[in-house]
Write a protein of this length. Structure first.
Lengths: 368, 125
C-alpha cells in the first residue's frame, strides 16, 4: 500500500507528476526538473518532503541514549540547535544519515530517510532504556522545505519568527499563518533556505500561498536530487548504505571517536579507519552524455576500477556529473565512465561541483 | 498533439513517409513522459536496423530511454541540431525535433504501425 501525502490534492492543483519513492506516492516534478532546479539556485522553490521520517525521542537520559545511538557528539547541541549525524551498525557501517534537533533538555527530534524510517524506529526501540519514549510523528506533522536565495524574504512575510536571527543548522519555533511551526535553517540543496515542521491543518493553505508567490516554484524530488548532486551531498542507497563506513563516504567529520561515551559501531570504526575498501570520488564528464548509478568507472588504461553511485546532468554546469566508488587510490585524475558500451572521458574533481551558492555566500555557517 | 499525416508505434515513436524515406521522431506523449531532454545518442549514418532495434538513446534528467526503429531500414540522415540543442525534441517533437531519416526496407512494416486515432486510444489520450 503506497503512503499518500496529506497535500496530495494541492500538488495535483499545481500539476505534479507523481512517482513511487520509498513506499510513498510523491511529486517527482511539476513543470520541469530543470526549471525547478534553476528556480532554487536563483530564486526559491518549495518542496513537500513529508515522506521523510520524523521521530520524537524524550525522557530523562535522552542525551546518553542518543550519544550511544549516533556517531556525532550530542553534547554539542543546545535547545534550538540541529546536527547532522549518523546511525551506525555494530560493524561501523551506515544505517542512516539523520538530522538531530534538540527541542529541550529532555526532548529531541530526528529526521531520517523515508526508506529507513521503520528500520530506525525498531532500532531505537531495541536499545532504548525504559524511561525513554519513542514516537513516530511522520504522518501527524508535515515537513516542507523552502530553498533558494529568496527564501528568507518570502517566508518572513508569513511568520512572526525573526528569520534573520536563525543561523545555519539552528531552528526556532513560532507561527506561520497563526499555526505553530518549527523553522530550521537547513536544507539539502546548497542554497540558503528553511525546513518547516507544521501540522497538516494549515499546510495546504501555506503551500498554495507560497506557490502563488512570484518567486517561488513548486519542486519535486527530481530537482531535489540534481540539487544535492551538484553539492556532492551523499544520499542513502547511493553513496551511503550498510556496506559503507563513514571513512569510505568521507563523513569523518560526523564521527566523534573521542566523545564522552561509547557508541554503536565505534570499535569496528576504529579497526576500519585505515582499512578502507573503497574511496568516494566525484567526477565531471568531459564528453556529452549523462552518467547514471551503476555505470562502471575505468582508469586511463581502461581497467575497471569502480562504479558510479549517483550521476546526472548538471543544470548549472551543463554537463554530466557524478560520484562513485573506486577500489583503490589512483594517481591520475583522468578516468573513464562506461556508457552504453563506450568509454567516455571524465575528470576527477572536488565537491561541491557548484561553489558559489547562496549558502556559501552567506555567513550563516555553523555546522558541527 | 498527434498529427494525422504520420504513423505511431506502441513504443511512442512516430514515422512520416516521404517517398521511400521515413522521418522518425518521438511522440508528444513520449517527450512529456521523459521530461527535460539533455542529450541524445544518435546513430551513425549508414547504420542498418531491423524493426524494434535501438535507433537512438535519449537522456532526460529523469532517465535514459531507448528510441526503437519503428521499421527496418538504413539511416540516411540524422538531425545534427539535436547534438547541441536536444531540448528541441521537447519543444517541437514533430518538426524541428525529428531524430533520423531512414530508407524503408519493407513498406508493410510502416503500414502496420498505428494511426493517430489508434495511438491516441492506445495511450488513453
Amino acid at each position: 500500500m503506497l503512503k499518500m501525502l496529506p497535500l496530495e490534492k494541492e500538488h495535483k492543483i499545481v500539476s505534479a507528476k507523481f512517482f513511487e519513492f520509498a513506499g510513498w506516492w510523491v511529486p517527482l516534478e511539476y513543470s520541469s526538473i530543470l526549471k525547478e532546479h534553476l528556480a532554487v539556485r536563483n530564486l526559491a522553490g518549495i518542496f513537500d518532503i513529508s515522506h521523510m521520517g520524523r521521530i520524537l525521542i524524550s525522557g530523562k537520559n535522552v542525551h546518553d541514549f542518543l550519544q550511544y545511538i549516533t556517531s556525532n557528539d550530542i553534547y554539542k547541541l543546545y535547545p534550538g540547535k540541529a546536527q547532522y549525524s549518523l546511525i551506525l551498525t555494530p560493524n561501523g557501517t551506515i544505517m542512516d544519515d539523520i538530522i538531530v534537533y534538540m527541542l529541550s533538555e529532555e526532548n529531541f527530534f530526528l529526521v531520517v530517510n523515508a526508506i529507513n524510517t521503520e528500520k530506525i524506529i525498531s532500532w531505537l526501540n531495541k536499545y532504548k532504556p525504559d524511561n525513554i519514549e519513542i514516537e513516530d510523528i511522520t504522518s501527524s506533522l508535515m515537513l516542507m522545505a523552502l530553498q533558494g536565495p529568496k527564501s528568507e524574504e518570502i517566508l518572513q512575510k508569513i511568520t512572526d519568527i525573526s528569520l534573520n536571527s536563525i543561523k545555519y543548522y539552528h531552528f526556532s519555533t513560532g507561527k506561520i499563518f497563526g499555526e505553530e511551526a518549527i523553522i530550521s535553517r537547513t536544507g539539502y540543496t546548497g542554497e540558503d533556505g528553511f525546513e518547516i515542521v507544521i501540522s497538516p491543518k494549515k499546510a495546504g493553505e501555506i503551500f498554495i500561498y507560497l506557490v502563488k508567490e512570484e518567486n517561488v516554484v513548486p519542486c519535486g524530488l527530481g530537482a531535489r536530487d540534481t540539487l544535492r548532486l551538484e553539492m556532492g551531498y551523499p544520499l542513502y542507497g547511493h553513496e551511503i548504505d550498510e556496506n559503507t563506513t563513514p571513512w569510505e563516504a568521507n563523513l569523518d567529520w560526523v564521527v566523534k571517536l573521542n566523545k564522552n561515551r561509547d557508541f554503536i559501531g565505534k570499535d569496528a570504526l576504529i579497526e576500519k579507519k585505515d582499512r578502507k575498501e573503497k574511496f568516494l570520488i566525484a567526477f565531471e564528464l568531459l564528453e556529452n552524455s549523462v552518467p547514471r548509478q551503476g555505470y562502471e568507472i575505468y582508469n586511463n588504461k581502461e581497467e575497471k576500477i569502480g562504479y558510479v553511485t549517483s550521476g546526472n546532468f548538471s543544470p548549472i554546469l551543463k554537463k554530466g556529473i557524478g560520484m562513485g566508488y573506486i577500489y583503490g587510490e589512483i594517481d591520475s585524475d583522468e578516468i573513464k565512465i562506461k556508457i552504453r558500451e563506450k568509454l567516455l572521458k571524465a575528470k576527477v574533481v572536488k565537491t561541491p561541483f557548484i561553489k558559489n551558492t547562496s549558502l556559501k555566500r552567506g555567513e550563516k555557517k555553523n555546522v558541527s | 498533439m498527434y498529427p494525422e499525416d504520420r504513423k505511431y508505434s506502441k513504443e511512442h515513436e512516430w514515422a512520416k513517409l516521404e517517398g521511400e524515406v521515413a522521418i522518425v521522431g518521438i511522440s508528444y506523449h513520449a517527450q512529456e513522459e521523459l521530461g527535460d531532454i539533455v542529450y541524445i545518442d544518435l546513430p551513425e549514418v549508414g547504420k542498418e536496423l531491423k524493426q524494434g532495434e535501438v535507433l537512438a538513446t535519449i537522456e532526460s534528467v529523469k532517465s535514459a530511454s531507448d528510441v526503437y526503429s519503428p521499421f527496418s531500414g538504413k539511416v540516411i540522415e540524422v538531425n545534427e541540431k539535436l547534438k547541441e540543442t536536444p531540448e528541441i525534441i521537447n519543444e517541437d517533437p514533430y518538426n524541428e525535433g525529428w531524430i533520423a531519416k531512414l530508407e524503408i526496407t519493407d513498406l508493410n512494416e510502416y503500414n502496420n504501425l498505428l494511426s493517430a486515432e489508434e495511438y491516441k486510444s492506445f495511450i488513453g489520450a
